[in-house]
Write a protein that binds this ligand. Structure first.
Ligand SMILES: *[C@@H]1O[C@H](CO)[C@@H](O)[C@H](O)[C@H]1NC(C)=O
Ligand SMILES: *[C@@H]1O[C@H](CO)[C@@H](O)[C@H](O)[C@H]1NC(C)=O
Ligand SMILES: *[C@@H]1O[C@H](CO)[C@@H](O)[C@H](O)[C@H]1NC(C)=O
Ligand SMILES: *[C@@H]1O[C@H](CO)[C@@H](O)[C@H](O)[C@H]1NC(C)=O
Ligand SMILES: *[C@@H]1O[C@H](CO)[C@@H](O)[C@H](O)[C@H]1NC(C)=O
Ligand SMILES: *[C@@H]1O[C@H](CO)[C@@H](O)[C@H](O)[C@H]1NC(C)=O
Length: 649
């Protein structure tokens, strides 16, 4: 497993009383514990997982009692993950004989199930350490090896020290180890993670998932002042985007016929909408849809919160009004509303609900990031987390995002692989690329030591934009004063998220496009402020208009902008392509990246060649001919792409 570098231990002179609080104390203890273990690390293996600091609010208060028994759970490595890319290529590349032959959920589960070799290796390692026979069991799924061990045994097995940590807020205690744990190299590769080790319960928080481009703490998509005069003509698209503007921009004119395809929009509580706003929107722009509503799929207590304040209405209203308006009355839109009103939910909570093999019991939700259910707090969802409850829609759009720096590499990698598995099953996952250009959410950028700070100089890539197994969507706009028929530019009102991941390697499908950009238009920045290695995943993949959408909120209209708009809009158009294909008995388009970067497809987009995505005190990257890290391959030309996709089997 990818492990972050060790935190540099503080110099001995720094161990003053002033520092012996909170995070500093834990660093000091980490340092002391490294000293205490004078045996060479190699004897205990290699660091398997590390963490730089304990979550906010937790402090180590004493060494754990050696005789205390803890339930050690060893998550076994999945098989065949190294083949995920080629499996995806098989079903997603237009030249592949297996194009469109998506896998069943059972085939996915079977292919990635931990191997007998992993089970045997871990069992043998436990036995070598005296943990044998009836003490060791395997979970039903085959994904976890479980044994009750003493702290003393765990410390010996894992080359680490356990402490009792206390939470400053509620006094709750938690046993965890310090900064890292180790495994012999031959065992490490068979293990994903082990608990309890570095993972903490954190005090319950609201709204785990963040909206893409959330500026500071209050924002969300850019919501402007109330619009006095609503236009519904093609002459004002540079001021107010409407359904007709988008239809014209993207040569989109399609009536849904199949009633076979599925389309889902994900929202994370407390973001919500007021259903009566649909009728204001449809009444003005799509009369035949008045009265229509999305189909609520409530996940882990997700509901439509009535009487919410305006601050929580922008994202959902925007996403749903445009998703529904663009697919029209013949196509159902599913609203995946994730999380109860107390804890909210995360991407993992959502994925857990779609795939039982991914969920808590088999995987690795991280309570520092993901909501924990049952939620016993007043008003909480007091039932087990939903796990493999819902079949994923063919196209799913998500306008929320994290920064890579918010999460651990293990956590991101595991989640990213899950998008890949859903891609194998034929799901198209669209994510907004973020609204802070080369900076992260809230315009945070990175310091050299990895911390996120306003005004820091290093580009801060988003997640899951950098995951190669999602389709990442940037934003464009019409130049003020220009007609709707003129070429768009990269969003100039905010920086459209884009750049290079610091975590994920460049997938084959984009190598030629991205390396072409790097060669022809080398970014003028020193290599210590962006990932210039040329081997990491670049994003976005495509773009779509993201400025001045006319959205009904609280009975009137406001302009809303952001890649938050670009993603559901693009998703609706891809759903139309699915409808046409499925009406001919063909498969849905599934994971589109290997298709859209192929020679056959890459020039079927409206190439955006003007604009930049500023951030971190720079102008960011520039939009250029062909793929670029601002607008990807360009915006959807529906007519051309529909024809090309209908030619595929
Ligand atoms: C649309 O965007 C422009 C800037 O591009 C802005 O000046 C204008 O006020 C916006 N229109 C509305 C209705 O807010
Ligand atoms: C579409 O299919 C659903 C069931 O999947 C059905 O309830 C609905 O009536 C169908 N609509 C049309 C227009 O055929
Ligand atoms: C159109 O929008 C306005 C708000 O700007 C609203 O008052 C009106 O009811 C809407 N029209 C229809 C036919 O729904
Ligand atoms: C919510 O709004 C409805 C009408 O819009 C009103 O009848 C109800 O009293 C409100 N509830 C609360 C808790 O404010
Ligand atoms: C990281 O670097 C910044 C700038 O040099 C500094 O202000 C900050 O204290 C450092 N943080 C840590 C955790 O080392
Ligand atoms: C750049 O990205 C690669 C992943 O492709 C990663 O291994 C490397 O550490 C990154 N560089 C920096 C400076 O984060």
């Amino acid at each position: 497993m990818a492990a972050a570098p060790f935190a540099a231990p503080p110099a001995p002179g720094m161990l003053s009383h002033r520092l012996l609080t909170g995070l500093s104390l834990s660093l000091a203890l980490a340092w002391l514990s490294l000293l205490a273990h004078s045996s060479p690390l190699s004897a205990r293996g290699i660091p398997h997982e590390t963490r730089r600091s304990v979550p906010h609010g937790w402090q180590p208060i004493r060494r754990a009692e050696p005789s205390t028994v803890v339930p050690l759970r060893i998550g076994l490595a999945q098989s065949n993950l190294h083949l995920l890319e080629s499996f995806l290529h098989d079903v997603s590349h237009p030249e592949s004989p297996k194009y469109g032959k998506h896998w069943s959920a059972a085939e996915v589960a079977e292919t990635f199930r931990p191997s007998a070799e992993s089970v045997d290796t871990v069992r043998a390692w436990l036995a070598d350490n005296g943990i044998v026979g009836h003490r060791v069991s395997l979970s039903n799924s085959g994904g976890w090896m479980i044994a009750d061990v003493t702290i003393e045994e765990a410390e010996g097995l894992l080359g680490t020290d356990y402490y009792v940590y206390q939470n400053a807020e509620d006094g709750k205690e938690h046993v965890a180890c310090v900064s890292a744990y180790h495994l012999p190299e031959h065992v490490s590769k068979h293990v994903e993670l082990i608990t309890p080790t570095l993972h903490f319960d954190v005090p319950k928080r609201r709204s785990v998932a963040k909206r893409a481009g959330k500026p500071g703490v209050s924002g969300g998509p850019r919501v402007g002042p109330k619009i006095d005069t609503v236009f519904n003509d093609l002459a004002h698209c540079d001021e107010q985007i409407t359904l007709d503007c988008l239809r014209t921009l993207y040569s989109y004119d399609y009536e849904f016929v199949s009633n076979k395809t599925t389309f889902g929009v994900v929202e994370f509580t407390p973001e919500t909408h007021d259903p009566s706003d649909f009728d204001v929107f449809f009444g003005n722009f799509s009369k035949s849809q008045v009265g229509e509503r999305p189909t609520l799929v409530g996940i882990d207590g997700g509901i439509i919160i009535m009487n919410s304040s305006e601050g929580f209405l922008g994202e959902s209203s925007l996403d749903l009004q445009y998703a529904m308006g663009l697919v029209g009355k013949n196509q159902e839109v599913l609203l995946y509303q994730v999380g109860d009103t107390v804890e909210g939910g995360s991407f993992n909570n959502f994925l857990d609900a779609l795939d039982g093999t991914f969920c808590t019991f088999d995987g690795g939700d991280d309570p520092t990031q993901d909501a924990v259910y049952p939620d016993t707090q007043p008003g909480g969802f007091d039932e087990p987390e939903q796990c493999g409850t819902f079949k994923p829609a063919d196209v799913i759009t998500n306008s929320y995002g994290y920064n890579e720096a918010d999460l651990t590499p293990f956590y991101m990698t595991r989640q990213c692989n899950e998008y890949g598995k859903l891609g194998l099953m034929g799901v198209t996952f669209l994510y907004a690329s973020g609204d802070d250009g080369v900076g992260g959410n809230g315009a945070l950028c990175l310091e050299a030591n990895g911390t996120q700070v306003l005004g820091a100089p290093i580009f801060n890539p988003g997640f899951p934009g950098g995951c190669p197994w999602v389709t990442n969507v940037g934003a464009t706009q019409i130049v003020p004063g220009n007609p709707v028929t003129a070429p768009e530019i990269a969003s100039a009102e905010f920086g459209s998220g884009g750049g290079w991941s610091n975590v994920f390697a460049m997938p084959d499908y984009q190598k030629s496009a991205v390396q072409g950009y790097l060669k022809e238009f080398p970014p003028p920045y020193p290599s210590d402020i962006w990932n210039s290695t040329g081997v990491s995943r670049a994003f976005p993949d495509i773009a779509g208009n993201g400025w001045n959408y006319t959205v009904a909120i609280e009975g009137g209209f406001v302009p809303i902008g952001g890649t938050s708009a670009s993603s559901p809009m693009s998703a609706a158009l891809l759903t139309a392509i699915n409808d046409a294909r499925q009406n001919q008995g063909k498969s849905p388009i599934g994971f589109i990246n290997p298709t859209i970067y192929s020679d056959k497809f890459k020039d079927l987009f409206n190439d955006i060649t003007s604009g930049t995505n500023p951030g971190c005190g720079t102008n960011g990257f520039t939009a250029e001919r062909g793929w670029d890290p601002v607008t990807g391959l360009g915006t959807i030309n529906f007519k051309k792409l529909l024809a090309a996709w209908l030619e595929l089997p």
